[in-house]
Write a protein that binds this ligand. Structure first.
Ligand SMILES: [Zn+2]
Length: 253
């Protein structure tokens, strides 16, 4: 936290040029979980930018931070463009910020995930009882989302959908995949080579059915979506094999 004050001096001059600085406080010791203690420290250090408390380690896990201080520079569309663990590298951070601020709209729309709502959504968690889920979801949706079931291949609504748009979680509506990263995998399940944001999904090791697979869950509500395999196309080489029943497609207007 004291170091954050150092970086504030360096970067606050870009505030009116479009740079937003947000501090995230993940507690190490129990007293740091108390918001009043955090508030006092923030005031004592003269920090003016907003500081988010991350008591349940959601941000820490979403960004896969393993040490602190860690600094991330995100571009306008929410993608991580630079990160640094530890002290220093202020010059490099400053150069990155200047470069991103200079990027025009045209340049940033040439990137893969351009024009998708790919904000790193650090949304509040959606927690419901299984009874509530059962009431809200259809039986197919409930079987996939809440019981980690798999729909039969070539039976879902989206494996052959080629319309432009965004695929949301069918349980909590969090944006998960864009049609821009969808490809024909031949498997009979909707397949994508990347999520809209890594921060919107959870990857879990799944060793059911006698094989080790990586399960994909929705970050916001914890519902099962499908699995990811490493036999996908460029640029990631990944194949996110999803269930249509876990998704709700919203056509681009
Ligand atoms: Zn969800």
């Amino acid at each position: 936290m004291p170091r954050a004050a150092t970086s504030r001096r360096t970067f606050s001059s870009y505030r009116d040029k479009g740079l937003t600085i947000i501090g995230v406080h993940t507690p190490e010791l129990d007293p740091e979980r108390n918001i009043e203690n955090v508030r006092r420290e923030v005031a004592a250090l003269g920090i003016r930018y907003p500081v988010i408390t991350d008591n349940d380690f959601a941000t820490w896990s979403a960004y896969r931070v393993e040490a602190w201080p860690t600094m991330f520079v995100l571009d306008k569309s929410g993608r991580i463009r630079w990160m640094h663990v530890g002290e220093g590298a202020y010059d490099e951070a400053e150069q990155t910020i200047q470069r991103l601020l200079a990027e025009d709209e045209k340049q940033s729309s040439n990137t893969i995930e351009a024009n998708t709502p790919e904000k790193i959504e650090m949304t509040d968690k959606v927690v419901k009882s299984e009874q509530e889920w059962q009431k809200e979801l259809s039986s197919d949706q409930y079987y996939v989302l809440r019981q980690a079931g798999t729909e039969r291949a070539f039976t879902g609504a989206y494996w052959d959908n080629h319309e432009p748009g965004v695929y949301h979680c069918a349980a909590c509506a969090l944006a998960l995949f864009s049609s821009k990263t969808k490809f024909d995998s031949g498997t009979g399940w909707p397949s994508f080579y990347a999520p809209i944001s890594e921060a919107n999904i959870i990857k879990n090791t799944d060793s059911t059915l006698g094989m080790v697979r990586t399960e994909i869950k929705c970050r916001r509500c914890g519902s099962h979506l499908g699995h990811v395999f490493d036999d996908g196309p460029a640029p990631t080489g990944l194949r996110y094999c999803m269930n249509s029943a876990a998704l709700k497609f919203e056509k681009e207007k």
